[in-house]
Design a protein around this ligand. Structure first.
Ligand code: P6P
Length: 341
């Protein structure tokens, strides 16, 4: 039986869930609901391609033409274009930003500009696809700050996570799931491929009180600060009784820790001088996942302060990330404050 569902529970589609949630906000225009619905549709479209990824070699490698004569795209390019094309013409967005695009993505001149801003990582961990490891899409939605009807600007994108109106991810794994929050709890939906419907399978997700895992790339140990090293050593003690699980795919690691209880960290390291602040991105990776983590009873920090309180300055800025179990994440701030002068 799926997680915490019993036989007689009603069947709720994601559309029905979005509409029920919208009822709780009488002032809602339905625009945010529609954006979420379009992102669920994007998830279905990307899922349909990820399950064929392994066949690219047979059906045609990236950039070549497959047996149907279609040009085979890199999956992350396909995911990026799918999310853009589902949202560029709807009149619900002022602008977008994607991990795949260096600059802010304007809404084409011919289309109306809306009240929201969508930031997304279309396919995080795409290098894992070739070895059949779960990957995911991550999205963050803000209300615009600049005047309605005008093209969105960087100011609309560079907002702290506290201002998020919605955040979520789609994980393409043994099953396809969409997990999201609008600040009223975290809810998970599993894709029924036969119906093409996301069905509510994980209502009101809360991180278990007793965490089971910690996730970090131990190979970077020689490049960590003293505080991070002491913190990870503490995670490994019998006091925490944790197992190490590290998939190397952020959404997969985060999702496992969300459901089973655990702490994921990608600390700053001295390994790559170009990435002194860790590898992961603030706007469309750390902040949306931090919103979900906090709504599920967890916490996310850069080792000094809450991820959701950080004021972004650049679209693709990186940030050290300790996210998941609240007590374990808070401890990272203690160790770094104590050992990193
Ligand atoms: P490393 C995947 O490339 C990714 O961006 C995240 O999904 C993942 O958590 C991280 O990088 C893994 O990085 O340096 O441990 O291989």
């Amino acid at each position: 039986m799926p997680h915490n569902l019993t036989f007689h529970d009603k069947i709720t589609t994601i559309e029905r869930h979005f509409l029920d949630e919208q009822k709780a906000h009488p002032e809602a225009t339905g625009e945010l609901t529609q954006i979420l619905y379009d992102l669920a549709l994007a998830g279905k479209m990307i899922a349909s391609k990820t399950i064929q990824a392994g066949l690219a070699d047979i059906l045609g490698a990236t950039g070549s033409r497959n047996v149907q004569g279609e040009t085979v795209q890199k999956l992350d390019q396909f995911a990026d274009e799918t999310i853009f094309r589902l949202n560029d013409h709807t009149g619900r967005l002022a602008c977008m930003a994607s991990e795949e695009q260096d600059e802010l993505i304007p809404i084409p001149e011919k289309y109306p500009k809306g009240r929201y801003v969508l930031l997304y990582d279309p396919l995080d961990g795409s290098s894992n696809i070739d070895v059949n490891v779960s990957v995911g899409s991550i999205f963050a939605i803000y209300r615009r700050k600049t005047p309605e009807g005008t093209p969105g600007t960087l100011e609309d994108c560079l907002q702290p996570g506290r201002k998020l109106v919605a955040a979520g991810y789609v994980i393409y794994g043994s099953s396809t799931m969409l997990v999201y929050t609008t600040g009223n709890g975290v809810h998970g939906f599993t894709l029924n491929r036969m119906l093409g419907e996301f069905l509510l399978s994980h209502p009101n997700i809360k991180m278990p009180a007793k965490p089971k895992y910690y996730s970090v790339n131990q190979a970077y140990e020689p490049y960590w600060s003293p505080g991070v090293l002491q913190y990870v050593r503490w995670l490994q003690t019998g006091e925490n009784n944790l197992s190490l699980r590290y998939i190397g795919s952020l959404v997969a690691d985060f999702h496992r820790n969300l459901l089973a209880g655990g702490l994921f960290c990608y600390p700053a390291d001295r390994k790559d001088p170009k990435k002194p602040g860790g590898k992961l991105r603030l706007l469309y990776e750390a902040a949306p996942l931090a919103f979900i983590a906090e709504q599920a009873g967890g916490y996310a920090t850069n080792g000094h302060s809450g991820i959701l309180d950080l004021e972004p300055t650049k679209l693709h800025q990186r940030v050290p990330l300790f996210i998941g179990d609240k007590k374990l994440a808070e401890k990272a701030e203690e160790y770094i404050a104590k050992f990193d002068k």
